[in-house]
Design a protein around this ligand. Structure first.
Ligand code: FPP
Length: 246
């Protein structure tokens, strides 16, 4: 059994090809400053640009960020509306910089519950940046790993029911083709900020063999230097994918 997976096209040895981030701690960061939670989310949005821009310098080709989970609808109406407004403003304000930096943007998650204006902006940004190839930024909005697997399974079951797929042909390669992330490699490294050590329904299927970094920094304080240091530390990890070293 091979111990190392084959490097992906364009992968820099020792660098995580795909980093996924659970951007946690915006609320606490704002509370510590006596400000409303949305103040923390706005500060968090500014960090996103800094980290996206750092990616090509550390050899990260794919960056996936968790912006809003299927569970986040439980927050107050003010916070949910403020976050949706922030996503709309982010797309409008950042399009120029994303284009200049060669960033291809994709969104994952269930769009059915999002408002039409936001969906249109998301679709337009995906179309405008589709040919970019320096960094592939995936933004998870109304995303949950269990929800994604359920939606994927529903489509797979429909293909079986319609005779396009035979049950005996379903294997580990089949389901990922139905996931929102079907065109993405699996994440090599998942970072969660703010001191919480849990994965909160993020990329459940895709992170089966990911390395994890749980760090205490609150997301609005997360710097490019810290990101670069976590990416270089990744090079020292011994990834065996269930095998053993000879
Ligand atoms: C978790 O922190 C963070 C979120 C639910 C929102 C993440 C959103 C951003 C960083 C905003 C920008 C994103 C884009 C793509 C523009 P929390 O609110 O749960 O923090 P807490 O645990 O301290 O309460």
């Amino acid at each position: 059994m091979a111990l190392k997976r084959q490097p992906q096209h364009g992968q820099v040895p020792g660098c995580p090809h795909h980093v996924a981030i659970i951007m946690d701690g915006n609320g606490r960061w704002a509370t510590q400053r006596g400000r409303p939670r949305l103040f923390g989310h706005h500060a968090g949005a500014r960090r996103v640009r800094e980290i996206v821009e750092a990616c090509p310098h550390v050899g990260v080709r794919y960056l996936t960020i968790f912006a809003f989970s299927t569970e986040n609808w439980k927050r107050t109406q003010v916070e949910v509306a403020g976050l949706m407004n922030l996503f709309r403003r982010y797309i409008i304000r950042e399009t120029k910089a994303l284009m200049a930096n060669g960033v291809c943007v994709r969104f994952i998650g269930d769009r059915d519950r999002l408002d039409n204006k936001l969906i249109t902006l998301m679709n337009d940004l995906e179309a405008a940046t589709a040919a970019n190839d320096v960094v592939h930024l995936t933004i998870a909005i109304n995303y949950g790993g269990r929800d994604e697997v359920s939606r994927a399974t529903r489509r797979l079951a429909q293909d079986v029911a319609d005779g396009r797929l035979r049950p005996e042909d379903v294997d580990e390669e089949t389901l990922p083709r139905y996931l929102d992330t079907c065109v993405l490699p699996d994440p090599d490294l998942v970072i969660r900020t703010s001191g919480e050590a849990r994965i909160s329904n993020f990329l459940l299927w895709q992170s089966a063999y990911s390395e994890y970094e749980f760090i205490d920094t609150l997301w609005p304080d997360f710097t490019r230097a810290e990101f670069e240091s976590l990416c270089s530390a990744f090079g020292g990890r011994d990834r065996r994918y269930g095998g053993v070293r000879p």
